[in-house]
Design a protein. Structure first.
Ligand code: LMR
Length: 329
């Protein structure tokens, strides 16, 4: 006859095996972001969920929280460091507290197009910036595009003087603050979730955003004019808590990294499509007039914002700016 101690040991073994199984099945990745689902980032988060749950069935669950529904700007990074969320993709403008070099992406009229941005991101300097957050327990997993920013307001902005005295909503970035001050405007740092209301109620007069954000957040319904200024790049860094990421089983981490590489390619393709299609939808709506700049007008905006470079070069580093400029060729 078996002794009770044998059964106890057997039971303990079964419980241990079960809990190991459960522990493995319980890798939950919460992915929080602030934009709508019908944007490059919104769709990218959903594609990551689909692929991760297919390829790591029973091992990984991904929960996606769009539209600041879990954490908004200002809170998401803190939540990531505290382990309340495992993946976020804030715009590059929102990292300046963590690394000064990343501010290069906010310099006005720096990149001539998205291909130039990609050359810079994929080069040695761009990759070094991605790795530069390690000391803050953040691991940069990749760059995602949204697109080039367009200026909008309730009055036509053709010349830099047109912006004088207007209040513009900006992301939490000192460079963007300096950019609007350089044209005599009053920049206000506001969380993305507050922008529509601020524009609607006149708390601010204008803003800058890529087409997909202007469309999906309906900013075009409360801005009479959008200047096709392409005055800067808005992209994201996909970032995780380094301790969490390095603590994942090696095979799971490898698969997730492969998935992320695939998702990144797709997101960037979507970003190009959204930029074209959402611009067209806004134009067709007739709610906002799109303004094209002449070469002379464009040159005047560039000249007016040039002082931002002088002010921030010491913080960012001349060699970083040089690498970005070189990516234009
Ligand atoms: C903004 O705050 O305007 C953007 O960074 C929002 C986003 O994530 O695209």
């Amino acid at each position: 006859m078996c002794k009770p101690s044998f059964f106890r040991a057997l039971l303990a073994g079964v419980i241990l095996a079960l809990s190991a199984g459960i522990a493995q099945a319980e890798i939950v990745i919460k992915f929080s972001h602030v934009v709508a689902e019908n944007t490059p980032k919104g769709k990218g988060a959903l594609l990551f969920k689909k692929l991760a749950e297919e390829q790591l069935k029973g091992k990984v669950t991904v929960e996606v929280y769009p539209n600041s529904s879990l954490f908004g700007d200002g809170k998401e990074m803190e939540a990531l460091l505290l382990g309340d969320v495992q993946l976020i993709a804030p715009s590059l403008s929102k990292f300046d507290r963590y690394t000064k070099q990343i501010q290069v992406f906010d310099l006005p009229f720096l990149f001539k197009d998205i291909d130039a941005v990609h050359r810079f991101q994929n080069g040695a300097v761009g990759q070094a910036i991605l790795g530069s957050l390690k000391k803050k327990n953040l691991a940069g997993l990749g760059y995602w595009d949204n697109g080039m920013k367009q200026l909008s307001a309730n009055k036509p902005l053709r010349k830099p003087e047109d912006a004088k005295g207007l209040k513009f909503r900006i992301q939490a970035s000192d460079i963007l603050e300096a950019q609007f001050k350089a044209v005599g405007a009053f920049p206000q740092k506001l969380a993305f979730a507050e922008v529509y209301q601020a524009l609607e109620t006149g708390v601010v007069d204008g803003a800058e955003n890529p087409w997909s954000n202007i469309y999906s957040q309906k900013f075009f319904e409360v801005q009479k004019y959008i200047t096709e200024s392409n005055n800067g790049y808005l992209g994201y860094m996909l970032v995780t808590n380094a301790k969490f990421w390095n603590g994942l089983p090696a095979d799971v981490r490898k698969t997730l990294e492969e998935i992320l590489a695939e998702v990144t390619t797709q997101v960037n393709q979507w970003a190009t499509e959204f930029s074209e299609n959402d611009r067209q939808k806004i134009k067709d709506s007739g709610k906002s007039e799109l303004l094209k700049l002449t070469p002379e007008e464009l040159a005047a905006w560039k000249a007016a914002m040039k002082s931002v470079y002088d002010k921030f070069t010491p913080e960012i580093g001349q060699e970083i700016i040089d690498a970005a400029v070189a990516a234009n060729n």
